[in-house]
Ligand binder design. Sequence first.
Ligand code: NAP
Length: 316
Amino acid sequence: MHDVAILGSGPAGLTAAIYAARANLSTLVLTGDAFGGQIATTNDVENYPGFDEISGPELTMRMRGQAERFGAQVVTDQIVEAAVDASPFTLRGRADEYRARALIVATGASPRLLGVPGEQEFWGRGVSVCATCDGAFFRGQEVAVVGGGDSALQEGLFLTRFASKVTIIHRRGELRAGPYLRDRAFASPTIEFLWDTVVTHVEGDDVVRGLRLRNVDTGAESDVAVDGLFVFIGHDPNTELFRGTLDLDADGYVVSDRTMHTSAPGVFVAGEAQDHYFRQAITAAGEGCQAAMEAEKYLVRLQSGAAAPTAAAAGA
Ligand code: NAP
C-alpha cells in the first residue's frame, strides 16, 4: 500500500513524484510502457526554464533521479484496470497489482494518426510520429511532414538536419503554428510547403516511396516521391482506462478544476490527460506539483476522517 500512486512518467507525473516524495508520502510511479512521455521523444528542449538547451530524455531522467532521491519508487508497468470508486484504489497492471490511498493521473496524450491506406502498412518503414527517434534514418533523403501546428514545424525544422528536402503538407492555406517557428520554417532553404493538401495514400514497396495527395479546394490528385512520412496532427488523451469512472469531456480529457481534483475524491490529474490547450512540459510539471500538493492535503483529511472535495465541489 502506497500513499500516492502516479500513473505516467512525463513531466507531470515525475514532478508530482518529486513533490509527493519530498512531502514524505510513500510514492509509487507507474511509468506506462514508455518512460518519459512525449517529451522523451523530443530532441531539443529550449524553453524549459533553467535549461538553455537540454534533450527530452535527459530532462526526464533528471526529474526521475530527483524523485528517487526523495524516495519515490519508479516501476515499469502498464495499468490496464483502475478501481477508483473509493480509496484505497486498486490498480491492476500487466505485471502486478498496486494499492494506494491517493491517485494522480498523469497518463498524457498520444499522437493522432491520419488513418489513410498505407499508414499502418509502412509504420516503422518510413512512417513515423517521432523525428527525434527516426530522423537520422533519412540522411540525404526527402521526407514529408503532415500538419500545420507548432509540432509539425518544430519537428520539420529538426528533420532539416538530416533530410535533403522536407515538404510540409498542410490541409489549409494558413499555419496554426506560432510566429517563432513559422518564421524559422519559412526561412529554411530545405523546407517547402504544400498548402490546402491532404495525404490520401502512403505508397511504397519494402519502404515508403511516395504519397498520393489531394488538393482540398480543387479535388485534383497528385503524387509526390518521398522516402519518409512524419505525422504531427495533434494528440488524443490517454484516458480510456477511466471511461465510465471519471468525468471526461467530449474529447476524452479528464474534467478537473483549477486545483487538479477530478470527479472522484482522492483522484487528481495533471498534464495532457486534462490539458488540450497549453500542452507544454513546464505547464504539465506545474500541474504535477499542484496535484501532489492536493493529494497530500487529501491524505491528511482522509486520516482525520473529514469529507474530501471533488472537482465539482471544489469549484473551477
Ligand atoms: P495542433 O496545434 O493541434 O496542430 C495540429 C495540426 O495538424 C493543425 O495544423 C491541424 O490542422 C492539423 N491536423 C489535424 N488533424 C489533421 C488531419 N486529420 N489531417 C491533416 N492535418 C490535420 O497540435 P501540435 O502541433 O501537436 O501542438 C499541440 C500543442 O503543443 C500546441 O498548443 C502547441 O503550441 C504546443 N507545442 C508547442 C511547441 C513549442 O512552443 N515549441 C512545440 C510543439 C507543440 P488545422 O490547423 O487545419 O486545424
